[in-house]
Design a protein around this ligand. Structure first.
Ligand code: EPU
Length: 426
């Protein structure tokens, strides 16, 4: 099993490019199944999660062509082509579904194209309870029948009808899945209390280019007029805002000066405001962010929130940042109930973090971190442990790095270019 070996304490300097957004790529692959025509998804990140969703699509009999160093598409060397002329089966692969929470997003397009979808309950990150009730309620509102037996669902509908759906709780993937399904439903769909993450208007804009009729994406109310079919084209993914934010925190923790390229600082506004409050110096341009290493960090309390609030995916690296601030800061993850568990590992490395309950912890700083042998519990905690290793004294060995490879493409090579001493070993 591969692991990362990190020798901490080096000052990092230079440039790092942000890849296309993982959570936009996963949804774009699913949405491509709505069309019989070719979709090219450019600026595509080749990471474990996107590999898994492409495998799932191929398993359904859909043609996928991966280009990760060939001809440029829409100015990008990294792209995939997907053409779902026909979908050969309605049963999602069990093994892959259990590996990837986001596999649920395939349910909507497969149901819309095939009149049926069968799948195992999706698996994925261990960051707390991840029910799918709002997806199932949504499908039922479109007129589908949902049957549940032995951990498997069968969702079926001869015809999907547009519906009015109010989400009792804001859900990112739930919003995306119902929005996609509505594109091929009969009549009008209104989604209320919808999520507003930037990946949603990106997808809606492209679906509209393919002929769909979606209004209001990026606001809490999305209105979709259903159609019989949509076309294809080239979709360029937006930069990954979680990578951007993670690299900004890395810059504050370990950088002398780090330039983050090909990013959109507007997408991490809530983080930037809090970095400023913590005393981190940065300069932003349209698609660049320069961050300087921070000397005297101040403690800042944060509460995670749906977009445009503080992203839960940036909570773990921000919690690490607070271990280097002078004083106590309260971290409240309001979205997931398992996202602070990794603080135990930071404590093993020398941090002083006290959990009050599954959502809240107080970080007491400043603490010196020491290298240890540890394992990555999930994706965002995993990258945080990489950052922790980079500022810790001595050697850190991180196991279970599949969890990190799920979301960050060849991260060790990109960090090495900044001067980090990190090696992938077998
Ligand atoms: N929820 C329900 N029922 C549902 C769906 C969600 O109760 O049917 C709850 C969840 O348990 C959670 C809250 O609603 O407490 C919000 O969950 P949401 O559905 O918004 O999360 P998601 O769509 O499953 C996406 C990202 C996550 C990110 C969250 C929150 C993808 C593939 N995943 O998850 O990203 O943390 O939104 O922003 O888009 C990651 O990339 O590491 C990651 C976990």
């Amino acid at each position: 099993m591969s692991y990362f070996e990190i020798i901490g304490g080096r000052k990092l300097n230079g440039e790092i490019e942000v890849k296309g957004a993982k959570n936009a790529a996963l949804k774009a692959v699913a949405a491509a199944l709505l069309s019989k025509e070719k979709w090219v998804i450019a600026n595509f990140p080749f990471i474990e999660d996107t590999n898994r969703i492409l495998e799932m699509v191929e398993d359904l009999g859909v043609k996928v062509n991966r280009g990760d160093r060939g001809n440029k598409r829409d100015g990008e060397r990294s792209w995939v082509e997907i053409q779902a002329k026909e979908i050969k089966k309605s049963r999602l692969n069990d093994k892959l579904t259990k590996k990837l929470r986001a596999s649920i997003i395939l349910a909507g397009p497969v149901l819309a194209r095939m009149g049926e979808v069968r799948m195992h309950h999706p698996g994925g990150c261990v960051i707390g309870k991840r029910p799918i009730d709002m997806f199932l309620d949504g499908f039922q509102k479109f007129g589908a029948k949902v049957k549940w037996q032995n951990e498997h669902f069968r969702i079926s509908a001869k015809k999907l009808r547009g519906a009015k759906i109010f989400f009792p709780k804001i859900t990112v993937t739930g919003t995306e899945t119902t929005m996609m399904t509505a594109v091929l439903a009969d009549g009008e769909t209104i989604l209320e209390n919808a999520a507003m993450e930037p990946e949603i208007p990106m997808l809606a804009e492209f679906l509209n280019k393919c002929g769909a009729k979606i209004r209001g994406a990026g606001t809490p109310t999305i209105i979709i007029k259903g159609l019989k079919k949509i076309g294809g084209g080239i979709l360029k993914l937006i930069p990954d805002r979680i990578e951007t934010g993670t690299f900004a925190i890395l810059g504050a923790l370990a950088g002398s000066r780090i330039k983050i390229k090909k990013c959109d600082p507007d997408h991490i506004r809530a983080l930037l405001v809090n970095l400023e409050r913590a005393g981190v110096r940065f300069e932003e341009k349209k698609d660049e962010l320069i961050v300087w290493g921070a000397k005297n960090l101040k403690p800042v309390n944060i509460v995670t929130h749906e977009y445009p609030g503080f992203a839960t995916d940036l909570q773990p690296p921000f919690t690490l940042l607070m271990t280097q601030a002078h004083g106590a800061s309260l971290v409240h993850d309001a979205i997931f109930d398992g996202r602070l568990m990794f603080t135990d590992i930071l404590n093993l490395m020398g941090a002083d973090i006290i959990m009050h309950d599954s959502h809240r912890a107080t970080v007491h700083g400043k603490t010196k971190l020491h290298g240890r042998k540890i394992a990555s519990p999930d994706l965002r905690a995993g990258i945080t442990l990489v950052l922790a290793g980079l500022i810790a004294e001595g050697k850190t060995r991180i196991e279970n790095i599949y969890q990190i490879d799920r979301g960050y493409e060849r991260i060790e090579e990109r960090l090495q270019k900044l001067g980090a001493n990190i090696t992938r070993r077998k």
